[in-house]
Design a binder for this molecule. Sequence first.
Ligand code: PDD
Length: 295
Amino acid sequence: MPTPLPPDATVVFNGEFRPAADARYALEERGVLFADGVYEVVRYDRGRPFAMQPHLDRLAHSLDGIGLNGVDVEAFHAWSDALMQRNHLTDAKVYWQVTRGDAGPRDFFMPPPEDQHANCVVMAYPAAPVARGSVPTPGGGLIVEDCRWTKCWIKSLMLQPASMAKTAAKNAGCVEAIFERAKPGTHESHITEGGSTNVFIVRDGELHTHPNDGWILGGITRDVIVQSARDDLGLTVREACFTAEELFAADEVFVCSTTQLNPLVTVNQRRIGDGQPGKTTLQLRRSYLERVLAD
Ligand code: PDD
């Protein structure tokens, strides 16, 4: 279970500190009515953010993707630092959310830019500190149809498909859903990413992951893993599509995000490799944790 916000937690609402219990959205907020907004999750470790600039850049890119302009993206850095201090936290998952605001009666048409009053929220969920020797949590994956829209590069609040997929996975005793999609113009289906993670497979010592071509969210952890695999482990990394059959035949499978890097030892109840967390996965996990600790 994720850690809840402490009962006395403070959040940042449009640049101001507010008790979490008092921060409220209007019923006609476009974020509520249309999931019209975007978000980010940033990891803080020992009081410092990991990969802050890529998160700020991705937020700006997502806002651009939904045509929500005029948000001071850089402010999220200062707000997050201030919130961590205010809540006396050193280790946390910091959640950012930008919604298009309250635009009056429910209307599909977006208001003109001058009538858009975005709401910006920052919340800090306490988390366990990153530990060098921490043991990963191996689990199973469940392949489900990737029925999301075609702009998966936008970190959109429209998370119903992900929520349904992850719940189906949980109900099947798995830890993550794995999306599979037949893209227009292709004959076969490919694995895209996880419900809230990027998916990697290891085969014959090489690392494979779906290209960052818009059909996945360009994960910040994914980028760190790709870099670390090449630079620290000297691995060949192929950013290329793979099928479910190729995933079943892999030696190792793992999923990663800002909040986790965990091996999948079964997928659709089929054993992956020898059914144990793989050597390469564990090495990559160690070098990822080193980077978090060194940042
Ligand atoms: N999810 N793909 C999807 C669909 C995601 O939702 C996420 C992150 C990732 C990994 O991105 P990153 O490495 O930048 O965290 C990939 C976050 C953690 C969430 O929704 O809570």
